[in-house]
Design a protein around this ligand. Structure first.
Ligand code: ATP
Length: 344
């Protein structure tokens, strides 16, 4: 992790008897993009707003180098903001919106608007009315406006969630590239793990006002710190397993997890841990079937329990029909605190 840019310590925000942000510590390195990921209502937006200076009752410190941002008014914090719905000024054109960010900071840099439009892939859009832009284009302009004064930190609150799914996926990839190119440290709030993993160098998982785990996408995906986190990250089933020589033994069979340490652990199964396969060792009956974009999700009754599984669209069996399943190591996670798993 690159260290040194932003250090959030003991940040707490209370609304009456509700502690929306509870004693949060978080570091954001220079140029690092951190995603704040968690279920609705866990306090993500409140944490972001507190860093921006928009929650006056926040306690704790937010340090950047020697400065304590918590003591500064909003406009002096050097923080850029991007919200879900862009919040552009409808009566200004694209260039006018971006220039507004510069004027607010008394920056006179005539080439900056063109530079930013180039960065966000909207060269030539200077004179366009923002009301005539698509949702995705508006978010690009909002990003350009926030980046214009070269903020030390960019805060993005669900920047893509107002867009439709296909656009969201494309713009997430573009946004990831644009943030790297701009080189600005950023904190992005999202409730969507695909989006968090696409955008961020590191993910901070939040629950009930606290950050429960931070790590790279791969770390948190493979090693969710506890059962609620595993469930949030898609593990529908959590079982006890004994791991010996890189093989996990549990009551559905054996699966090769060479990255897993020896011992007794909880393992989490995502739906694609169980894959329909005529040669698979497990026998069951299909009790539910839902078509997804590129695969079919099955609910399968095994001898002792009902499990989620996946099949290809071409050969997914119908409800009431028998199905055989095999275990796919890619669908497994190891659940528990990292200290216990640190042997590998
Ligand atoms: P979502 O993803 O749904 O936006 P979130 O994780 O961003 O959720 P917050 O908006 O930070 O969650 O809200 C955290 C908690 O604080 C919620 O219980 C919310 O109702 C409460 N809350 C937020 N703002 C206020 C406020 N101004 N006054 C009172 N309670 C608030």
């Amino acid at each position: 992790m690159r260290i040194g840019n932003l250090a959030i310590r003991k940040l707490t925000v209370r609304f009456g008897s509700l502690t929306a942000v509870d004693d949060v510590d978080l570091d954001i390195g220079n140029g690092e993009v951190v995603a704040l990921l968690g279920p609705s209502g866990c306090g993500k937006s409140t944490l972001l707003r507190a860093v921006a200076g928009l929650e006056p009752q926040a306690e704790g410190t937010v340090r950047r180098g020697d400065e304590d941002l918590a003591r500064m008014p909003v406009h002096k914090r050097g923080v850029g903001l991007v919200f879900q719905d862009g919040q552009l000024f409808p009566h200004r054109d694209v260039a006018g919106n971006i220039r507004f960010g510069l004027r607010m900071h008394k920056i006179n840099d005539p080439g900056r608007v063109d530079e930013l439009l180039d960065l966000v892939g909207l060269s030539g859009y200077q004179r366009r009315k923002v009301t005539e832009l698509s949702g995705g284009e508006q978010q690009r302009v909002a990003l350009a406006r926030a980046l214009a004064p070269r903020p030390g930190l960019l805060l993005l609150d669900e920047p893509l969630s107002a867009l439709d799914r296909a656009l969201r996926e494309q713009l997430a990839l573009d946004l990831a590239r644009m943030l790297r190119k701009a080189g600005t440290s950023a904190l992005v709030v999202t409730h969507d793990h695909d989006e968090a993993f696409t955008l961020a160098d590191r993910v901070a998982l939040m629950r009930e006002g606290r950050i429960v785990q931070t790590g790279t996408a791969e770390e948190v995906w493979r090693h969710p710190i506890d059962e609620p986190t595993a469930t949030f990250l898609g593990c529908g089933l959590i079982l006890d397993a004994r791991i010996i020589g890189g093989t996990a033994r549990f009551d559905l069979g054996d699966v090769h997890l060479p990255w897993a340490p020896e011992g007794t652990h909880k393992i989490g199964l995502r739906p694609h841990a169980l894959v329909a396969d005529p040669d698979g060792p497990l026998q069951g009956e299909v009790s539910g079937r839902v078509h997804r974009r590129d695969h079919v999700r099955l609910l399968v009754k095994l001898e002792h329990r009902e499990v989620d599984a996946v099949a290809t669209i071409a050969d997914a069996p119908e409800p009431g029909h028998p199905v055989r399943l095999r275990l796919d190591p890619d669908g497994f996670a190891l659940v528990g605190p990292r200290e216990r798993l640190s042997v590998f």
